[in-house]
Design a protein around this ligand. Structure first.
Ligand code: ZN
Length: 338
């Protein structure tokens, strides 16, 4: 990639080496009609004390996913740097312009931050920020937790996830971090499209990566925010950044974490346009071949609906949130108890 050796066009108002608490921003040049010499500012916080590992926590990678944004804003407001050993870097709104707009993609350049890695210093705003993160933040970190939800278009049974990795030791470390996060479901996730993700960028550098899908529909619940807040606190303790006892599901009287994997044919995708009727709700058990959804053609209401079936036995842990669907849309996702 040309230009990768050149310095980033993004500047940081925070000093990653300085002790204490800093709340500032990354600034990417963004000349536009209303601000000829303007910049786009992405909030960032750095907490550092003594020596120890560095944890990078991100929310709002997609702007319409809110548990991570809220939990990490609360962390920035509540974390006392004197009480940590090491460094915590927090970006609650990784794609800030998207978060402000309440959209998945950046309204500036239409780019999905989670398909922009490793970034491009000569690219648009989202790609410039991804390049800065890839070259200047990820090398500082030992582990990254990127908190997602379903956004406006999807809904998930709250789960935490890692990916299957060829490096066994790296996968074990990620698994230990995921179990420390202690989500309702701990899933080994297979992505539909992994290229350009922050996930793949971090894993490619040999570091620990944990992600979540905590709900969706463009909103939050008390329960899903609690999963995010408790998980982040447990991660800080897991990595030795923070003293204290992890808050476990058992200690809170919650059902134990369910370990799940993804079977082949886990994803169900629409071939038809129309109106989606889910036949099974989130967390419902399904058998391979069982009808799980109908799509009705609204232009031909007299026609029988297209029938969509589960491709595997398991539990329905994800679904489309919007009822209007098009060919190619994600409809549902099935996971299997490990
Ligand atoms: Zn997301």
């Amino acid at each position: 990639m040309s230009g990768q050796a050149k310095p980033s066009k993004v500047s940081a108002s925070v000093d990653f080496a300085r002790a204490g608490r800093q709340v500032g921003y990354l600034s990417a040049p963004h000349s536009r009609d209303g601000s000829g010499w303007g910049a786009a500012r992405f909030p960032i916080a750095v907490f550092k004390n003594g020596t120890g590992p560095t944890l990078f926590l991100t929310g709002g990678n997609h702007g319409d996913e809110y548990e991570g944004q809220i939990a990490l804003v609360k962390l920035i407001q509540g974390l006392d740097p004197q009480r940590i050993q090491g460094r915590v870097i927090v970006m609650p709104f990784l794609n800030f312009p998207a978060a402000v707009a309440g959209t998945r993609l950046s309204p500036i350049d239409g780019v999905n931050m989670n398909r922009a890695f490793p970034g491009d210093r000569d690219g648009t705003v989202t790609r410039m920020i991804a390049d800065f993160i890839y070259r200047h933040i990820l090398p500082l970190t030992d582990a990254v937790a990127d908190l997602h939800s379903g956004g406006k278009s999807m809904y998930f049974s709250p789960f935490g996830a890692i990916h299957a990795l060829d490096e066994t030791a790296q996968m074990r470390r990620a698994e230990a971090a995921l179990h420390a996060f202690d989500p309702p479901i701990a899933l080994v996730l297979r992505e539909l499209d992994a290229e350009g993700m922050l996930d793949s960028a971090v894993e490619g550098l040999g570091k620990v990566f944990v992600t979540t899908e905590l709900g969706g529909g463009g909103t939050t619940s008390a329960a899903t925010i609690a999963v995010a807040e408790r998980g982040v606190r447990n991660l800080l303790i897991h990595f030795g950044l923070f003293e204290g006892k992890p808050q476990t599901r058992a200690g809170l009287g919650l059902p134990p974490m369910r370990r799940m994997t993804m079977p082949d044919d886990a994803y169900v995708v629409a071939d038809d346009a129309g109106l989606l009727e889910m036949l099974v709700d989130i967390d419902g058990r399904v058998a391979s071949g069982q009808p799980i959804a109908h799509i009705y053609r609204t232009d031909r209401p007299g026609d029988a609906p297209a029938v969509y079936r589960a491709g595997a036995d398991g539990v329905l842990i994800g679904r489309a949130h919007l009822c209007r669907v098009e060919p190619g849309d994600f409809l549902a996702m099935v996971a299997r108890e490990a």
